[in-house]
Design a binder for this molecule. Structure first.
Ligand code: ADP
Length: 193
């Protein structure tokens, strides 16, 4: 059985997490942010150490370990009754993050829509990330070089995933609007899926 899914896409800092959290409280939507799954690891566990090593450089964690951890999270969430794959829509944020991950998940995800959140002003993204570094204690947001590395990796590694799914699934969303308007634009489409 494949998981019916919608994907939140966009550069770091564009507001995927904010939207994902709100969507996740709507009945029959289940939100999974891959970065949060990593951040919830103990920092002294083997994978926790690997996560810190890569994320503090602005790089992606290797694909096998990422997919394995993500899969465990989904299976556990199902077991404890938080996620009901037969009637919930999975809202994915931060995964798949490169074409290889999309390929690995080809037989696992039934992707219904991809929401591409776009912000015209890169300075605004940088500013938001720097603000959240302090608020959320995020090492990967603290340093400007790391932020720029993440924005570069997003262009190089993550953007090609859009082509993998094809234009017919991709919905461009103006992320410069208020969070409520962004949500409304997403829901107008997601509610029909
Ligand atoms: P953002 O949305 O700001 O880019 P995330 O919270 O989604 O940040 O991710 C933080 C870090 O966690 C990433 O920079 C990366 O190191 C790691 N990570 C998250 N998701 C993945 C993924 N699918 N594959 C590899 N690494 C990931």
């Amino acid at each position: 059985m494949k998981y019916r899914s919608i994907l939140l896409f966009g550069a770091p800092g564009v507001g995927k997490g904010t939207q994902g959290k709100v969507l996740g409280v709507i009945p029959n939507f289940f939100h999974c942010a891959c970065g949060d799954v990593f951040r919830n690891l103990r920092s002294d566990s083997p994978l926790g150490k690997i996560f810190i090593e890569y994320s503090s450089r602005g790089q992606l964690v290797p694909d096998e370990q990422t997919i394995e951890l993500w899969h465990q999270f989904i299976v556990n969430s199902t077991k404890i009754g938080r996620f009901h794959p037969d009637h919930d829509m999975l809202v994915l944020d931060g995964i798949p993050r490169n074409v290889r991950q999309a390929e690995i998940l080809r037989d696992t995800l039934d992707v219904q829509a991809v929401f591409l959140l776009r912000c015209k002003d890169e300075d605004k993204l940088v500013e938001r990330m720097q603000r959240r570094a302090i608020k959320d204690n995020r090492l990967d947001d603290a340093n400007l070089d790391v932020i720029l590395e993440r924005l570069k990796n997003y262009e190089m590694e993550t953007m090609p995933v859009l082509k993998f799914y094809g234009a017919h699934l991709v919905h461009k969303i103006n992320a410069d609007q208020s969070p409520a308007k962004v949500l409304s634009d997403i829901l107008r489409i997601a509610a029909k899926k």
